[in-house]
Design a protein around this ligand. Sequence first.
Ligand code: GLU
Length: 255
Amino acid sequence: MRIVIKVGTSTLAHETGKLNIKRTTDLCGVLSDLKNAGHEVILVSSGAIGMGVGKLGLSEKPKDIPTKQAAAAVGQCELMYTYDRNFTEFGQTVAQILLTGSDFSAEDRHENFTNTLFKLLELGVLPIINENDTIATEEIKVGDNDTLSALVAVSAKADLLVILSDVDGLYSADPHKDTNAKLIERVQGCPAELFDLAGGEGSALGTGGMRTKIKAAKLCVENGADMVIANGENPEVLYEIVNGNLGGYTRFFAE
Ligand code: GLU
């Protein structure tokens, strides 16, 4: 299987903003193991801005664009250093690819991207992708890594995209407000009414980014890839997902 895995800053870092060493090491171990088992693995990782904030000793996430972009430039370096060290321990070679929205809309750039991606996979490399936050402005950026990971999954003709998050998956209602809310484990395609469950911008679920995840699911299932939302707390969940064992997470089945 060709699998794209997306991890967010909340999976990689503690609430203090510092790197969650155990989680990151576990994640690299499981992804290496999946590769050793014969799967092709592409990682889409956030964390550039968060790591830059930590490394520069800033007291909070910057609000102005130049500082944000400077933090991303520092943090992306730290992020790749962390991955390179960890994956090397497990015998893997990694590569960095930084993209913006225009790399998907401009045909020649998109073709260059996919040519490089397929060559890296052929060479047995594990590509690690992020938005090129140091140059991406409002007009050209993808904007969030849920969407970026879906665009990557479709471009890579992946079988499966797994979005690792700080929630178990999609619920039938807001679990913070409704004690009867149930985890939806199986979705065929991506019906329009799911967007109602995600809530609007700023609602409890929307803040967690459920809307961008459902949009990502729609893009995937319409293009023949399954998509999963799972909790990144324990990266071993990836073994269950790849083996097709349902339970404890949400899986959208391709149409
Ligand atoms: N590209 C951003 C970063 O690396 C994260 C965007 C997102 O998580 O959606 O910090």
